[in-house]
Design a protein around this ligand. Structure first.
Ligand SMILES: [Zn+2]
Length: 426
């Protein structure tokens, strides 16, 4: 039993009010993704929700609460840049199942998604779309108020998509009228795209998600197709910039990927069929590739259980391996890569399983860790407050037993989680 009055092992205490006090963490090995190095025998001093000081042999102030993690490896809280926390319970592979639930049921089913994600060591997520518009905004705000437990969420509010496109609720008879929140982001011209960006900015979103090609997990969609035009993508990026928002573009097809990069998006999601010209453009523009190379395992597994609709499996054929091979090319080309899993395809809380696959397909363990820490924070535009354990940044800190630089799969077993200076798992 550790001598911390307010920590009881196995019980979450993050919801208890804690006065702004000093916490000292004794770190065994501390991974600094900014430097790409592991530092020995570090002390981290935390005041309130921020990191005050980090260094070897720092004096621990009297009255500080000490957390001894000297036999563990300490890392900054992990960041998943592609999640769908607010779509309700995981398990049914067909989006049409959303029509059997009320919006409030979906968002309440999402509460455990947020909790297991945080407990898995992901203290921040960039959530990139919901079937029912603004459920993600509600979930984010409930976490920020302290009503429920979850990671810091940065949210998109809705998919901006063409009619019948990758982000639409499809597969219904044409005379079925959907509620407004199932097609809030539908847009079919540059000016309609601008209008949707304006609405979402007013709704308080943190970034914009556009769908530049067809999708795997959408009825009637072809992932090899192009959806928005270059003009529409440029309108999205320009209008979003007026509100200080960045754009993430879903794209599988080579042309969908390249037009999104040309338009100036911050990241391309999936980037499945990126070709050599696309790799060159991404390098020139400094675009992040956010490639979900693990979730293929879950799509296939769910297909074997008969849960994934047959047309989705047909879309997916060959694409999984193509994406993994292109991930390896992108790593070798030295592109900016962020960690994004498409959580919701696999169960929430399993996000860290992707690390081993990133290493299998060409990254070093340090590069894989950087993709989920310093690089992810940079993609979010928040490198000044997230992504490494440095003075002035949020006290988002995790710990694992052993050395993840030797075996990155150790990150699947995070044993200590602090977010915002509060301990959620110990
Ligand atoms: Zn997604």
């Amino acid at each position: 039993m550790r001598k911390i009055p307010w920590v009881v092992p196995g019980i979450l205490i993050g919801c208890l009010p804690v006065a702004a006090q000093v916490i000292a963490i004794k770190a065994g090995s501390l991974i600094d993704p900014d430097a790409g190095a592991a530092l020995a025998d570090q002390i981290i001093l935390i005041h309130g929700n921020k990191i005050d000081a980090v260094g070897r042999g720092l004096a621990i102030p009297s009255g500080a609460t000490t957390i001894d993690l000297s036999n563990m490896t300490i890392l900054p809280g992990l960041i998943d840049c592609h999640t769908h926390l607010a779509d309700g319970a995981h398990g049914d592979g067909d989006p049409i199942s959303q029509l059997k639930k009320s919006a409030s049921r979906v968002v309440l089913e999402s509460v455990p998604n947020a909790r297991v994600t945080l407990e898995a060591g992901f203290t921040t997520v960039r959530d990139v779309g919901v079937y029912r518009a603004l459920n993600d905004v509600a979930l984010r705000d409930a976490i920020n108020r302290g009503d429920i437990i979850g990671p810091r969420m940065f949210v998109a509010g809705a998919y901006i998509t063409i009619t019948g496109g990758a982000g639409a609720m499809t597969g219904l008879a044409p005379d079925i009228q959907l509620p407004w929140d199932f097609h809030y982001g539908e847009a079919n011209s540059p000016w309609e795209v601008r209008q949707k960006v304006r609405l979402l900015a007013h709704d308080g979103v943190d970034h914009i998600k556009v769908l530049s090609s067809g999708a795997v997990l959408t009825h009637g969609s072809n992932p090899k197709s192009q959806e928005f035009t270059l003009e529409e993508l440029q309108a999205a990026v320009d209008e979003a910039s007026h509100f200080g928002l960045r754009v993430a573009a879903h794209a599988h097809s080579p042309e969908g990927i390249k037009d999104a990069i040309r338009a100036g998006v911050a990241s391309v999601e999936h980037a499945t069929m990126i070709d050599d010209e696309g790799l060159t453009l991404a390098k020139q523009h400094g675009t992040y590739l956010d490639m979900d190379i693990y979730d293929e395992e879950c799509i296939q597994e769910s297909g074997r259980k008969g849960k994934t609709p047959q047309d989705f499996l047909e879309h997916d054929r060959e694409l999984g391996q193509i994406q993994r091979d292109n991930f390896r090319k992108a790593v070798h080309a030295g592109l900016r890569m962020s960690f994004g899993t498409d959580a919701g395809v696999c169960a929430h809380g399993e996000n860290a399983r992707q690390f081993a696959w990133m290493v299998k397909y060409g990254m070093t363990p340090m590069q894989a860790i950087q993709s989920a820490t310093s690089a992810a924070a940079d993609l979010l535009g928040r490198a000044h407050e997230l992504g490494s354990i440095k003075p002035g940044k949020y006290a988002d800190i995790i710990a694992v037993s052993g050395d993840p630089l030797r075996d990155v799969s150790l990150l699947e077993h995070v044993q200590f989680v602090m977010k915002d200076g509060k301990v959620y798992k110990h």
